[in-house]
Design a protein around this ligand. Sequence first.
Ligand SMILES: Cc1cc2nc3c(=O)[nH]c(=O)nc-3n(C[C@H](O)[C@H](O)[C@H](O)COP(=O)(O)O)c2cc1C
Length: 148
Amino acid sequence: MKTLFIYYSYTGNGDLVAERFREKGAEIRKVTPKKPLPKSFLLGMLTGGFLAAIKHKDPLFEWDSSLEGYDLVIVGSPVWNGRISSPINSVLEALKGKELSFVLYAGGGAAPKAVERLGKEFPSSKIVVLKEPKKYPEEMEKLQVFFD
Ligand SMILES: Cc1cc2nc3c(=O)[nH]c(=O)nc-3n(C[C@H](O)[C@H](O)[C@H](O)COP(=O)(O)O)c2cc1C
């Protein structure tokens, strides 16, 4: 089973998820927006929340969007303002129509709006939402659905 995890992380929770996938033998691709969020916490929250709300697609540094040869492709995104993060909007645009599964990481551990959108755009996808895995490492057990 060849698995690919494509993800974005702003504050490191996604990196922890990526590490778990790597341990399980998956290949990892991290995307990086050309324009990072402002360093100030408040400005970062406001900017990221706004960009997510308008479904902005952040321009990304070059990344490999080929999925050939993978049995399972999982996309990872932090939840911003209840939604998919703006860097991952660009990934979803590039991978439209592909069979994808998702891992979302959220401060509150739930993201109904984001899950609803993904369910519509990627109807057969498996979606797992983790609550702040850096703080609650036991949340990572939910990733087991991808390895069963
Ligand atoms: C701009 C911004 C907006 C956020 N909005 C939400 C939110 O609406 N709901 C939530 O549960 N967590 C929210 N969070 C918290 C992150 O989703 C959470 O910390 C996540 O684990 C971050 O992943 P990362 O460390 O890989 O970037 C937000 C964080 C940022 C930076």
